[in-house]
Write a protein that binds this ligand. Structure first.
Ligand SMILES: NC(=O)c1ccc[n+]([C@@H]2O[C@H](COP(=O)([O-])OP(=O)(O)OC[C@H]3O[C@@H](n4cnc5c(N)ncnc54)[C@H](O)[C@@H]3O)[C@@H](O)[C@H]2O)c1
Length: 248
Protein backbone atom coordinates (compact mmCIF):
# COMPACT_ATOMS: atom_id res chain seq x y z
CA UNK A 1 0.00 0.00 0.00
CA UNK A 2 2.31 2.76 -1.27
CA UNK A 3 0.05 5.62 -0.17
CA UNK A 4 -0.83 4.36 3.30
CA UNK A 5 -0.78 7.43 5.61
CA UNK A 6 0.41 9.71 2.80
CA UNK A 7 -1.43 13.03 2.67
CA UNK A 8 -2.77 13.84 -0.79
CA UNK A 9 -4.34 17.22 -1.61
CA UNK A 10 -6.47 17.36 -4.77
CA UNK A 11 -7.98 20.56 -6.16
CA UNK A 12 -11.11 20.21 -8.25
CA UNK A 13 -11.77 17.05 -6.25
CA UNK A 14 -15.55 17.40 -6.52
CA UNK A 15 -15.95 16.20 -10.08
CA UNK A 16 -14.43 14.67 -13.20
CA UNK A 17 -10.71 13.86 -13.18
CA UNK A 18 -10.26 15.23 -9.64
CA UNK A 19 -13.05 13.03 -8.32
CA UNK A 20 -11.71 9.93 -10.10
CA UNK A 21 -8.24 10.68 -8.73
CA UNK A 22 -9.61 11.07 -5.21
CA UNK A 23 -11.30 7.66 -5.54
CA UNK A 24 -8.05 6.03 -6.64
CA UNK A 25 -6.09 7.51 -3.74
CA UNK A 26 -8.87 6.55 -1.31
CA UNK A 27 -8.55 2.94 -2.49
CA UNK A 28 -4.80 3.24 -1.85
CA UNK A 29 -5.51 4.33 1.76
CA UNK A 30 -4.15 7.86 1.37
CA UNK A 31 -5.34 10.57 3.76
CA UNK A 32 -7.21 12.99 1.52
CA UNK A 33 -7.77 16.74 1.46
CA UNK A 34 -10.22 17.61 -1.31
CA UNK A 35 -10.73 21.16 -2.54
CA UNK A 36 -13.54 22.47 -4.71
CA UNK A 37 -15.36 25.74 -5.27
CA UNK A 38 -18.70 23.87 -5.13
CA UNK A 39 -19.62 22.61 -1.67
CA UNK A 40 -22.36 20.24 -2.94
CA UNK A 41 -20.25 18.11 -5.26
CA UNK A 42 -17.30 18.27 -2.87
CA UNK A 43 -19.45 16.76 -0.12
CA UNK A 44 -20.66 13.95 -2.38
CA UNK A 45 -17.16 13.14 -3.66
CA UNK A 46 -15.70 13.18 -0.13
CA UNK A 47 -18.45 10.90 1.16
CA UNK A 48 -17.75 8.39 -1.64
CA UNK A 49 -14.06 8.42 -0.74
CA UNK A 50 -14.88 7.93 2.95
CA UNK A 51 -16.97 4.87 2.05
CA UNK A 52 -14.02 3.46 0.09
CA UNK A 53 -11.24 4.20 2.60
CA UNK A 54 -13.26 4.14 5.86
CA UNK A 55 -11.25 7.25 6.76
CA UNK A 56 -12.38 10.86 7.23
CA UNK A 57 -11.73 13.12 4.24
CA UNK A 58 -10.90 16.80 4.76
CA UNK A 59 -13.23 18.97 2.63
CA UNK A 60 -12.09 22.49 1.79
CA UNK A 61 -14.50 24.75 -0.07
CA UNK A 62 -12.26 27.29 -1.76
CA UNK A 63 -11.60 29.21 -4.95
CA UNK A 64 -8.09 28.31 -6.10
CA UNK A 65 -7.83 31.55 -8.08
CA UNK A 66 -7.90 33.56 -4.83
CA UNK A 67 -4.58 33.87 -3.02
CA UNK A 68 -6.16 34.02 0.45
CA UNK A 69 -8.01 30.79 -0.30
CA UNK A 70 -4.78 29.16 -1.47
CA UNK A 71 -3.06 30.04 1.81
CA UNK A 72 -6.07 28.69 3.73
CA UNK A 73 -6.03 25.42 1.73
CA UNK A 74 -2.47 24.66 2.78
CA UNK A 75 -2.91 25.91 6.37
CA UNK A 76 -6.04 23.83 6.96
CA UNK A 77 -4.43 20.71 5.43
CA UNK A 78 -1.30 21.02 7.58
CA UNK A 79 -3.39 21.73 10.68
CA UNK A 80 -5.43 18.57 10.07
CA UNK A 81 -2.68 16.16 9.00
CA UNK A 82 0.64 17.81 9.97
CA UNK A 83 2.20 16.98 6.60
CA UNK A 84 1.66 17.03 2.84
CA UNK A 85 3.03 14.39 0.45
CA UNK A 86 1.25 14.95 -2.87
CA UNK A 87 -0.40 18.00 -4.44
CA UNK A 88 -2.61 17.34 -7.47
CA UNK A 89 -3.49 20.61 -9.19
CA UNK A 90 -6.61 19.57 -11.09
CA UNK A 91 -9.18 22.39 -10.74
CA UNK A 92 -9.83 23.98 -14.09
CA UNK A 93 -12.36 25.76 -16.27
CA UNK A 94 -12.98 26.04 -19.98
CA UNK A 95 -14.51 28.90 -21.96
CA UNK A 96 -14.80 30.09 -25.51
CA UNK A 97 -12.90 33.35 -26.04
CA UNK A 98 -12.09 35.06 -29.36
CA UNK A 99 -10.04 38.17 -30.09
CA UNK A 100 -13.32 39.92 -31.03
CA UNK A 101 -14.92 39.56 -27.59
CA UNK A 102 -15.77 42.87 -25.83
CA UNK A 103 -14.82 41.57 -22.41
CA UNK A 104 -11.77 39.67 -23.63
CA UNK A 105 -9.47 40.61 -20.73
CA UNK A 106 -12.00 39.65 -18.08
CA UNK A 107 -12.54 36.24 -19.70
CA UNK A 108 -8.81 35.75 -20.23
CA UNK A 109 -7.95 36.66 -16.63
CA UNK A 110 -10.68 34.38 -15.31
CA UNK A 111 -9.44 31.31 -17.20
CA UNK A 112 -5.77 32.04 -16.56
CA UNK A 113 -6.53 32.69 -12.88
CA UNK A 114 -8.10 29.27 -12.30
CA UNK A 115 -6.03 27.16 -14.70
CA UNK A 116 -2.54 28.61 -14.29
CA UNK A 117 -2.17 31.33 -11.65
CA UNK A 118 -3.63 29.01 -9.01
CA UNK A 119 -0.91 26.44 -9.70
CA UNK A 120 1.81 29.02 -9.16
CA UNK A 121 0.29 30.14 -5.86
CA UNK A 122 -0.40 26.60 -4.63
CA UNK A 123 3.08 25.40 -5.58
CA UNK A 124 4.67 28.17 -3.56
CA UNK A 125 2.32 27.74 -0.61
CA UNK A 126 2.90 23.96 -0.54
CA UNK A 127 6.66 23.99 -1.16
CA UNK A 128 7.93 23.99 2.42
CA UNK A 129 5.71 21.04 3.39
CA UNK A 130 6.61 19.11 0.22
CA UNK A 131 10.32 19.71 0.78
CA UNK A 132 9.95 18.32 4.28
CA UNK A 133 8.14 15.18 3.07
CA UNK A 134 10.18 14.87 -0.18
CA UNK A 135 6.81 14.84 -1.85
CA UNK A 136 5.66 15.72 -5.33
CA UNK A 137 3.22 17.66 -7.48
CA UNK A 138 1.12 16.49 -10.44
CA UNK A 139 -0.40 19.24 -12.58
CA UNK A 140 -3.36 18.54 -14.85
CA UNK A 141 -2.71 20.21 -18.19
CA UNK A 142 -4.34 19.25 -21.51
CA UNK A 143 -3.55 18.14 -25.06
CA UNK A 144 -4.46 21.76 -25.85
CA UNK A 145 -1.03 22.69 -24.45
CA UNK A 146 0.41 20.96 -27.52
CA UNK A 147 -1.97 21.43 -30.43
CA UNK A 148 -5.21 23.03 -31.54
CA UNK A 149 -5.65 26.75 -31.04
CA UNK A 150 -9.40 26.73 -30.41
CA UNK A 151 -10.51 28.56 -27.23
CA UNK A 152 -7.25 30.49 -27.06
CA UNK A 153 -7.45 31.43 -23.37
CA UNK A 154 -7.72 27.75 -22.43
CA UNK A 155 -4.90 26.72 -24.78
CA UNK A 156 -2.65 29.51 -23.51
CA UNK A 157 -3.37 28.59 -19.89
CA UNK A 158 -2.48 24.93 -20.49
CA UNK A 159 0.67 25.78 -22.47
CA UNK A 160 1.61 27.90 -19.45
CA UNK A 161 1.03 24.92 -17.16
CA UNK A 162 3.55 22.93 -19.19
CA UNK A 163 6.28 25.56 -18.91
CA UNK A 164 5.51 26.23 -15.25
CA UNK A 165 5.70 22.50 -14.51
CA UNK A 166 9.22 22.37 -15.93
CA UNK A 167 10.34 25.55 -14.16
CA UNK A 168 8.94 24.40 -10.81
CA UNK A 169 10.54 20.97 -11.30
CA UNK A 170 13.91 22.65 -11.82
CA UNK A 171 13.52 24.90 -8.77
CA UNK A 172 12.36 22.08 -6.50
CA UNK A 173 14.54 19.20 -7.71
CA UNK A 174 17.55 20.10 -5.50
CA UNK A 175 15.15 19.68 -2.57
CA UNK A 176 13.98 16.22 -3.65
CA UNK A 177 10.54 17.38 -4.80
CA UNK A 178 9.28 16.20 -8.20
CA UNK A 179 6.81 18.09 -10.42
CA UNK A 180 5.12 16.53 -13.46
CA UNK A 181 2.11 17.11 -15.69
CA UNK A 182 -0.55 14.96 -17.33
CA UNK A 183 -2.14 16.03 -20.61
CA UNK A 184 -5.56 14.42 -21.05
CA UNK A 185 -7.45 14.37 -24.33
CA UNK A 186 -11.13 15.33 -24.61
CA UNK A 187 -13.45 13.64 -22.12
CA UNK A 188 -17.13 14.11 -21.36
CA UNK A 189 -16.78 15.69 -17.93
CA UNK A 190 -18.78 18.63 -16.54
CA UNK A 191 -16.08 20.97 -17.87
CA UNK A 192 -16.69 19.90 -21.47
CA UNK A 193 -20.45 19.74 -21.09
CA UNK A 194 -20.67 23.25 -19.56
CA UNK A 195 -18.41 24.57 -22.31
CA UNK A 196 -20.91 23.20 -24.86
CA UNK A 197 -18.29 20.79 -26.21
CA UNK A 198 -19.78 17.57 -24.88
CA UNK A 199 -21.18 16.45 -28.20
CA UNK A 200 -18.18 17.08 -30.45
CA UNK A 201 -17.56 14.05 -32.73
CA UNK A 202 -14.00 13.61 -31.43
CA UNK A 203 -15.48 12.76 -28.05
CA UNK A 204 -17.36 9.71 -29.27
CA UNK A 205 -14.53 7.21 -29.17
CA UNK A 206 -13.20 8.17 -32.59
CA UNK A 207 -9.64 8.60 -31.35
CA UNK A 208 -7.14 6.21 -33.00
CA UNK A 209 -7.52 3.71 -30.16
CA UNK A 210 -11.31 3.72 -30.75
CA UNK A 211 -12.13 4.19 -27.11
CA UNK A 212 -13.01 7.30 -25.16
CA UNK A 213 -10.42 8.34 -22.62
CA UNK A 214 -11.97 8.02 -19.17
CA UNK A 215 -11.28 10.03 -16.05
CA UNK A 216 -10.02 6.81 -14.43
CA UNK A 217 -7.34 6.52 -17.15
CA UNK A 218 -6.02 9.94 -16.17
CA UNK A 219 -6.31 9.17 -12.45
CA UNK A 220 -4.14 6.06 -12.86
CA UNK A 221 -1.45 8.08 -14.60
CA UNK A 222 -1.59 10.74 -11.88
CA UNK A 223 -1.21 8.06 -9.23
CA UNK A 224 1.77 6.52 -11.03
CA UNK A 225 3.53 9.90 -11.24
CA UNK A 226 2.81 10.57 -7.57
CA UNK A 227 4.20 7.20 -6.55
CA UNK A 228 7.70 6.03 -5.68
CA UNK A 229 7.73 4.12 -9.01
CA UNK A 230 8.18 7.52 -10.70
CA UNK A 231 11.12 8.50 -8.44
CA UNK A 232 13.34 9.43 -11.40
CA UNK A 233 10.70 11.41 -13.27
CA UNK A 234 10.44 15.17 -12.93
CA UNK A 235 9.59 18.03 -15.27
CA UNK A 236 7.89 15.54 -17.60
CA UNK A 237 4.60 15.64 -19.45
CA UNK A 238 2.46 12.59 -20.15
CA UNK A 239 -0.27 12.59 -22.80
CA UNK A 240 -3.28 10.37 -22.09
CA UNK A 241 -5.66 10.73 -25.02
CA UNK A 242 -6.20 7.46 -26.88
CA UNK A 243 -4.03 8.82 -29.67
CA UNK A 244 -6.12 12.00 -30.19
CA UNK A 245 -3.02 14.18 -30.65
CA UNK A 246 -1.73 11.94 -33.43
CA UNK A 247 -4.52 13.30 -35.64
CA UNK A 248 -4.65 16.93 -34.43
N1 LIG B 1 -12.59 17.14 -19.73
C1 LIG B 1 -11.64 17.25 -20.61
O1 LIG B 1 -11.86 16.99 -21.79
C2 LIG B 1 -10.25 17.68 -20.21
C3 LIG B 1 -9.22 17.50 -21.13
C4 LIG B 1 -7.93 17.91 -20.78
C5 LIG B 1 -7.70 18.49 -19.56
N2 LIG B 1 -8.72 18.66 -18.68
C6 LIG B 1 -8.41 19.31 -17.41
O2 LIG B 1 -8.76 18.46 -16.34
C7 LIG B 1 -9.00 19.24 -15.18
C8 LIG B 1 -10.29 18.76 -14.53
O3 LIG B 1 -11.34 19.00 -15.42
P1 LIG B 1 -12.56 17.99 -15.62
O4 LIG B 1 -12.63 17.70 -17.06
O5 LIG B 1 -12.47 16.90 -14.64
O6 LIG B 1 -13.77 18.97 -15.32
P2 LIG B 1 -14.81 19.08 -14.11
O7 LIG B 1 -15.58 20.31 -14.37
O8 LIG B 1 -15.55 17.81 -13.97
O9 LIG B 1 -13.86 19.26 -12.85
C9 LIG B 1 -13.26 20.50 -12.51
C10 LIG B 1 -13.48 20.75 -11.05
O10 LIG B 1 -12.81 21.96 -10.69
C11 LIG B 1 -13.68 22.72 -9.86
N3 LIG B 1 -13.32 24.14 -9.95
C12 LIG B 1 -13.54 24.97 -11.00
N4 LIG B 1 -13.10 26.20 -10.71
C13 LIG B 1 -12.58 26.14 -9.46
C14 LIG B 1 -11.98 27.11 -8.61
N5 LIG B 1 -11.83 28.38 -8.99
N6 LIG B 1 -11.55 26.70 -7.38
C15 LIG B 1 -11.72 25.43 -6.98
N7 LIG B 1 -12.30 24.48 -7.74
C16 LIG B 1 -12.72 24.84 -8.97
C17 LIG B 1 -15.07 22.44 -10.39
O11 LIG B 1 -16.09 22.77 -9.46
C18 LIG B 1 -14.98 20.96 -10.72
O12 LIG B 1 -15.34 20.16 -9.62
C19 LIG B 1 -9.03 20.70 -15.64
O13 LIG B 1 -7.81 21.32 -15.31
C20 LIG B 1 -9.18 20.58 -17.15
O14 LIG B 1 -8.66 21.68 -17.82
C21 LIG B 1 -9.98 18.25 -18.97
Amino acid sequence: MPFLNKVVLITGGGSGIGEATANKFAKAHARLALVDIRADILKESAENCEKISKTKVLKIVADVSKEDDVKRIIEVTLKEYGRLDVLVNCAGIHGEVTVFDDNIMEKFDNILGVNLRSMVALTQAASAALIESKGNIVNVSSVRAKAGAVSFAYSVSKAGVSQFTKAAALDLSPHGVRVNAVLPGPMKTNLMIHAGLGSKPSLAGKEPLKRETKTEDVAELIMFLASESARSITGSEYVVDGGFLLEH
